[in-house]
Design a protein around this ligand. Sequence first.
Ligand code: PCA
Length: 207
Amino acid sequence: MKCLVTGFDPFGGEKVNPSYELAARLPDEIDGAELIKLVVPTQFGAAVQVVREKIETVNPDIWLGVGQAGGRSCITVERVAINVMDARIPDNAGYQPVDEPVEARGPAAYFSTLPVRRMVAALEASQIPAAISNSAGTFVCNNLMYGVLHLAAGRKGSPAGGFMHIPYLPEQVVDKNSQPSMTLEMSLRAVEIALRVAIEEVRQLGK
Ligand code: PCA
């Protein structure tokens, strides 16, 4: 069993991205499953392209995307990705789409194919604040989640896939006047726990 975990590079004037830091710190194996880690650019289109190429080379059973959601106070496991790109700020290539579809002929949305409810329950059972989120936003994280699920949809042998947002790191909010944060150690544990649940589920489905 192979799991591909992706993070993003810093964006929006931040010096760090907790999902970038995580990618370097995750172990190489969880519960007998091999973990492949990759950092992707915070760029519309390019993020999907980079993950698509990695999926084609390593053929993972699971893809878990991780990204920073500044302003959120807990781990949020995304339920759905929508066919919209609508950016409040430019991406790292300077591109700022407004009201554009990800895929002109794609469906309105894709649901995560990971067990979101069980992932959140496992996080809460480990005393990590977590919730299901019904919006991955309309920036690059949603673009990546939609793009990967679109590629995987209806294609035999494609990975089960989904996305998790993690809060800012404490050092990112010292000058932000009352913004929530989570330590890297807790976010790292959260990703490991979520992966364990996903691995168990995919094993049970006989992959
Ligand atoms: N978060 C952004 C994109 C990259 C990241 O880490 C988002 O939520 O869309």
